[in-house]
Write a protein that binds this ligand. Structure first.
Ligand code: C2E
Ligand code: MG
Ligand code: MG
Ligand code: MG
Length: 287
């Protein structure tokens, strides 16, 4: 039983820390083999223009752990970053997403998230270049999403890498905009193609009039800097109509579509859906 003088409480706290640390280590060890074991895969979340047409998909990494089931990215991405595993995993994500997108109509782009660690280690522009060649994907259809933290590390190094990436023809998007520290100053350090308004602002729209003002300001800023504005986390019709009225050029969120295996978006990407071929032939009435 814990003693009332605080030592016991501290010991319990220590034991808890110990357990958490051991769990992290175990999970990290499993992540090390997850790629080779085929436990990692991608979901694709659609992005629509203001007319409701699908213009792109964001690739989102998923981990189906053999024993523990699905582990959310918020849990395993930080682990992958701390251990450096995000470098080979991130390369796999890029290769897989580009290979997949190469088979879609060329009006549909693919967005891939990059970790700051991928900017610190290895030759990111070289890797992207060789993946583009291998997949034969038109570079203008690849959009790389970064967060402010990339620029936070080492601004001159990061912007030189970004410039090399841009010279390949790919697009660069600034993700989770508005959640970092000095968003505005970063906008002049690099010509981003896109700004993604963080979902927290979209979700606050109903309750909080300030978030409407913030969104308006971001859209205005984007317009003046010739950057497209995408809103993420769009879940309701009210949010959608506000965001389109204010001038967002694209929308992403559960209202448009959830992240799913690409087969579920077979119609949008011109693929045959593996399970619905009979159903669609029936619907067409030509069987
Ligand atoms: P993100 O890049 O900002 O991706 C958007 C996240 O918001 C995704 O979460 C998506 O499922 C979620 N989302 C989109 N629309 C809605 C909505 O309407 N409602 C709600 N409740 N959620 C919505 P997810 O898939 O859990 O990913 C979380 C984060 O993990 C991503 O945030 C990204 O930072 C990171 N991540 C995911 N895949 C990768 C990857 O391949 N590489 C790296 N470096 N990071 C990744
Ligand atoms: Mg993203
Ligand atoms: Mg985001
Ligand atoms: Mg993010």
């Amino acid at each position: 039983r814990a003693r009332a003088d605080g030592h016991g409480v501290f010991r319990m706290f220590e034991a808890d820390m110990d357990r958490k640390l051991r769990e992290r280590r175990a999970l990290e060890k499993d992540l090390r083999s997850a790629l080779a074991n085929g436990e990692l895969f991608l979901h694709y979340q659609p992005q629509a223009n203001v007319s409701g047409q699908i213009v792109g998909f964001e690739a989102l990494l998923r981990w189906s752990h053999k024993q523990r089931g699905m582990i959310p990215p918020a849990e395993f991405i930080p682990l992958a970053e701390e251990s450096g595993l995000i470098v080979p995993i991130g390369e796999w994500v890029l290769r897989e997403a580009c290979r997949e997108a190469a088979s879609w109509p060329n009006t549909i782009h693919i967005a891939v998230n990059l970790s700051p660690v991928q900017f610190r280690q290895g030759d990111l522009p070289g890797i992207v270049h060789s993946i583009l060649l291998q997949s034969a994907l038109d570079p203008t259809r690849l959009e790389l999403e970064i967060t402010e933290s990339v620029l936070f590390d080492d601004l001159s190094r990061a912007s030189s890498i970004l410039r090399r990436l841009k010279s390949l023809g790919v697009k660069i998007a600034l993700d989770d905009f508005g959640t970092g520290y000095s968003s505005l100053s970063y906008l002049q350090s690099f010509p981003f193609d896109k700004i993604k308004i963080d979902k927290s602002f979209v979700w606050m729209l109903q309750q909080n009039p300030q978030s409407a003002a913030i969104i308006r300001a971001i859209v205005g800023l984007g317009r003046d800097l010739s950057m497209h504005i995408v809103a993420e986390g769009v879940e309701t019709i009210d949010q959608l109509s506000f965001l389109t009225k204010e001038g967002c050029s694209a929308l992403q969120g559960y209202l448009i579509g959830r992240p799913y295996p690409i087969e579920l978006y077979a119609k949008e990407v011109g693929k045959r859906a593996p399970t619905s071929s009979v159903a669609s032939r029936r619907a067409d009435g030509n069987s």
